[in-house]
Design a binder for this molecule. Structure first.
Ligand code: SAH
Length: 251
């Protein structure tokens, strides 16, 4: 059996209890070495075979899983953050289906959440934005034209931009084609929850300069939107004047 496990954003104690248990019981671990904190591998039992998928192709990863399955062994496939975002898990699952190898998935704390914690921000502020756009600049992986950054930016919603810290110049100009202004707040969050975490608050107009100045060009999330600013409305849920299913309004 193969267990896909979300490792969390970096800090080793941000893996889930279930994920940690699966790691402890694994016979074989294939971890995404570019971003998974290797400290997590300390959980593996002695004799566990550990592979770094950063140095492997999909075929090689599948080969390891297939061999483990044939030997009656358990494999943990350890992905950074949560596997459902830019995890390249679907192709693995489809291949496992074709091979008749069973699998399950254990979610993890995405860097989307790790970065928000680092900047102590809430993406969904009343009166500001009730939506979060999770996207990326086009790299080797194409992005459909209808999903261009500028078209998302036109909404003025909260944005979390993955895999794009090496393209801040282009990202900045794409964002400015939408509803964002040069003065719209932004943040670069480098290695959220790792010991070397860095948070750089800036504006959309200063994103590229901030990246240069702080030497941030990878392993960072770019956060954009007025949720990083000062103004918002208080919640209705906790407003004394409103009743909820759990609480009567004050008279
Ligand atoms: N599945 C992962 C994302 C993998 S894509 C998740 O849920 O977080 C890799 C990209 O994620 C990186 O280029 C970077 O943009 C972002 N990322 C991953 N870990 C990060 C961290 N600790 N801090 C900031 N960004 C991170």
């Amino acid at each position: 059996m193969v267990h896909f496990v979300g490792a969390g954003p970096g800090a080793p104690d941000l893996i889930t209890l279930r994920g940690a248990e699966l790691l402890k019981e694994a016979d074989v671990v294939v971890y995404a070495g570019s971003l998974v904190n290797p400290a997590l591998l300390a959980l593996c039992r002695e004799g566990c075979a550990v592979y770094n998928s950063a140095e492997m192709t999909l075929e090689q990863v599948l080969g390891v899983m297939q061999e483990a399955e044939a030997a009656g062994r358990n494999t943990v496939r350890l992905h950074t953050g949560d596997p459902c975002l830019y995890g390249a898990v679907r192709e693995q699952m489809d291949a496992l289906d074709a091979l008749g190898i069973p699998y399950d998935e254990t979610p993890g704390v995405s860097s989307l959440c790790g970065a928000a914690a680092a900047v102590r921000a809430e993406y969904t502020l009343p009166g500001v934005s009730q939506s979060v756009v999770i996207t990326r600049m086009e790299g080797r992986t194409p992005v459909p034209e209808r999903e261009a950054i500028a078209s998302w930016a036109a909404h003025g919603a909260s944005m979390a931009i993955f895999l794009s810290a090496g393209m801040l110049e282009q990202l900045q100009s794409e964002l400015l084609k939408g509803a964002y202004m040069a003065s719209t707040p932004a943040a670069l969050v480098y290695k959220a929850t790792w010991p070397e975490e860095k948070v750089v608050r800036c504006t959309v107009g200063a994103l590229a300069a901030a990246g240069r100045e702080h030497g941030i060009s990878k392993t960072a999330l770019v956060l954009v939107g007025d949720f990083l600013g000062e103004a918002y409305e208080r919640s209705k849920l906790y407003d004394p004047a409103f009743s909820t299913g759990f609480r009567e309004a004050d008279q």
